[in-house]
Design a protein around this ligand. Structure first.
Ligand SMILES: *Cc1c(COP(=O)(O)O)cnc(C)c1O
Length: 395
């Protein structure tokens, strides 16, 4: 048995995406900036992909800028909004404590450059409250950036309401929608957003491709200087094959959203119910306002890393928190932000289901996680102290 349960980290490319990109790797290899027919065919593929992607999210083609992924799109959105703000002396940014590091580290950099950042706290379920955002906005706020769905705990944020508040206050609103695009119904006009980031490899497209949607009228700052590609806002020969594959992957993903949500939600809830039976375990994130694929738990008295290695041995590819923090000893900033103590946050497990997950796989995961947690607790000194009453259970 092999179960890939780390779809929030990355996904397998779809057959449709591979088939769409292949001609652009083999026959249509021209540079889209070249004037001869081979180049123009590549350009046609590129612009066709832009139109299809725009249509899928309710945008105009000229509002889509292709990037190397979600991280670059986040960086460019934030640095563009703050460049606009700085022109009129507005140097304050509002965000929250559970954003992806592509957002948080960009904000840290801006702080070193003299910007002020307010990170609003989240509820214990990981929700960003619109009222908290509203209260944090000041006359010198130039940007609010709040993600659409969290990559670790799956919480879906009230972005439409937050966007409404930003619009009323005349503040630019960006949302990191990397976990939402292709997974949740989404229309950029209804979001009341000005900018949105997406990444192809999170919806069965290739790695290293993403896009930034920026509402017409929002002046983007270029992060990469060079040629005049992407209306002069992103130099470098376009990743034509990757972009064409992104359009194919997104088309398939968007078409399947309703059916996949219907199929995955009961499987997710079955997995949550099963894992909840493990003693001293707790679900992280909101039980209802939650991505249909996301399950995230804390188990008291164990180390997440050991759990992952043993699960790997038993055919389950999972993650603790995010792929970006594994390898570091710091517990997830998201779990700390929702109030999990350090020790408990270390014992976390994220299972993110693929669209093809089955009940049999879910039951195997429930059984195996239960066994591995019990096994690890068997020789955990932390667990022994808890059982002997020398330390207190939190969960
Ligand atoms: C994966 C992810 C990113 C980064 O996207 P890349 O394409 O890997 O750079 C940013 N934000 C969120 C919420 C993500 O899940």
């Amino acid at each position: 048995m092999f179960i890939y349960a780390d779809n929030a980290a990355t996904t397998k490319m779809s057959r449709a995406a591979i088939e769409a990109m292949t001609p652009y790797l083999t026959e249509v290899y021209g540079n889209p900036s070249s004037l001869y027919a081979l180049g123009q065919r590549a350009k046609d593929g590129l612009e066709d992909a832009r139109e299809r992607i725009a249509r899928l999210i309710g945008a105009e083609p000229r509002e889509i800028l292709f990037t190397s992924g979600g991280s670059e799109a986040d960086n460019q959105a934030i640095l563009s909004a703050t460049a606009i703000g700085a022109k009129t002396g507005r140097r304050h940014i509002v965000s929250d404590t559970i954003e992806h590091h592509a957002v948080l580290h960009t904000l840290k950099k801006l702080e070193r450059e003299g910007f002020e950042v307010t990170l609003v706290p989240v509820t214990p379920e990981g929700l960003v409250e619109p009222e908290a955002v509203e209260q944090a906005i000041r006359p010198d706020t130039c940007l609010v950036t709040v993600m659409t769905a969290n990559n670790e705990i799956g919480t879906i944020q009230p972005v439409e309401r937050i966007g409404e508040i930003c619009r009323a206050r005349g503040v630019l609103f960006h949302t990191d929608a990397v976990q939402a695009v292709g997974h949740l119904p989404l229309d950029v006009r209804k979001l009341n957003a000005d900018m949105l980031s997406a990444s192809a490899h999170k919806f069965h497209g290739p790695k290293g491709v993403g896009f930034l949607w920026a509402r017409r009228g929002v002046a983007l700052t270029s992060l990469i200087e060079g040629g005049a590609q992407e209306r002069g806002k992103r130099a470098g020969t376009e990743n034509v094959a990757g972009i064409v594959a992104t359009a194919a992957a997104l088309e398939e993903a968007v078409e399947g959203i309703d059916a996949v949500t219907k199929r995955l939600t009961p499987l997710r809830d079955r997995l949550i119910a099963g894992l909840s039976k493990i003693p001293h375990a707790a679900l992280n994130g909101d039980p209802v306002r939650r991505a249909p694929s996301n399950v995230n738990f804390c188990f008291e008295g164990i180390e997440g890393e050991a759990l992952l290695l043993l699960l790997d041995d038993r055919g389950i590819a999972a993650s603790s928190g995010s792929a970006c923090t594994s390898g570091s000893l710091d517990p997830s900033h998201v779990l700390l932000a929702i109030g999990r103590p350090h020790g408990v946050a270390h014992g976390s497990l994220r299972l993110s289901l693929g669209e093809d997950a089955t009940e049999e796989q879910v039951d195997y995961m429930i059984r195996t996680v239960g066994e591995v947690v019990a096994y690890l607790r068997g020789f955990s000194p932390v667990w022994r102290d808890l059982v002997e009453g020398k330390a207190e259970f939190v969960l």
